[in-house]
Design a protein around this ligand. Structure first.
Ligand SMILES: C[S@@+](CC[C@H](N)C(=O)[O-])C[C@H]1O[C@@H](n2cnc3c(N)ncnc32)[C@H](O)[C@@H]1O
Length: 247
């Protein structure tokens, strides 16, 4: 993909259309390093947060589950492993991410996991299709969060649940501010070292600043008509899992 119109990250996130274009550019640039960078930037904790998400889903084993922004497939595979008579579908927009996910699936010979290349904002599924929808670092990346939540609600069956893991905003404002500064410094340095471009991972704190976090996402889920909503925080709220149920 061609480089976006620079000059700066703030401008590249300024409108829905620009964010959509820039997000596609960023993930197309980093997909081959995604697994490494996720472990590196989370100090290896990401796997534990994802395990917690799978535990919270409390699946019976026969459900049909959709994993949004599946990337290289961590969460989708973990879902497949607890769905002996069910099915997990990973959805992502970045071809390179799905290529890696599919290669892993084939090498592990996993039968109940498949992938679709699509946009969260316009999913290629009929209404009321899934028992659960998950997303790992999905909602912070979409160009229009309200629209994404509506789309999630549309594809969930009545009684179906959504679980979203993403960066959060701690209740303690000073801690939240310090963590954003930390992410900005570490993200910029990592971006320069790996890609010669500080914006590549400064994208994370900049999108986090524009993301409502766990309390904001809960309110948006409730406003969209989800019930039994809540969130679980990690590390004082810098990371969180949101959930809600379609009535
Ligand atoms: C940070 S990665 C998360 C990967 C994986 N879920 C995980 O937890 O490690 C974010 C993913 O969102 C995908 N993405 C961003 N915007 C999207 C959209 N509108 N529709 C579908 N996928 C999208 C990107 O391609 C990327 O793979």
């Amino acid at each position: 993909m061609a480089a976006p119109a620079k000059p700066n990250l703030i401008e590249n996130l300024a409108t829905e259309e620009k964010k959509k274009h820039y997000t596609a550019y960023i993930f197309d640039k980093i997909y081959h390093r995604y697994d490494f960078i996720t472990v590196f930037l989370s100090y290896g904790m990401d796997q534990g947060w994802k395990r917690k998400l799978i535990q919270m889903m409390n699946l019976r084993g026969d459900e049909k589950v959709l994993d949004l922004a599946c990337g290289t497939g961590d969460i989708t595979f973990a879902e497949g492993a607890v769905l002996p008579s069910g099915q997990a579908i990973g959805l992502d927009i970045t071809h390179g991410m799905l290529k890696i996910a599919e290669a892993k699936r084939q090498s592990l010979n996993i039968q109940n996991v498949s992938y679709n290349r699509a946009d969260i904002m316009h999913m290629p599924y009929p209404d009321n299709t899934f028992d659960a929808v998950t997303g790992g670092y999905a909602l912070r990346n979409v160009p229009n969060l309200k629209g994404a939540i509506q789309e999630i609600k549309r594809v969930l069956k009545p009684g179906g649940k959504v679980y979203s893991l993403d960066f959060g905003h701690p209740d303690n404002k000073l801690y939240g501010w310090a963590y954003l500064q930390y992410l900005t410094v570490v993200g910029s340095l990592t971006g320069i070292l790996l890609h010669g471009d500080a914006d590549t991972y400064r994208y994370i704190p900049e999108t986090l600043k524009r993301y409502p976090g766990q309390r904001g996402v809960q309110k948006m889920l409730e406003d969209a008509g989800f019930v039994d909503c809540g969130y679980h925080e990690f590390m004082g709220g810098i990371m969180a899992i949101n959930w809600g149920k379609k009535p």
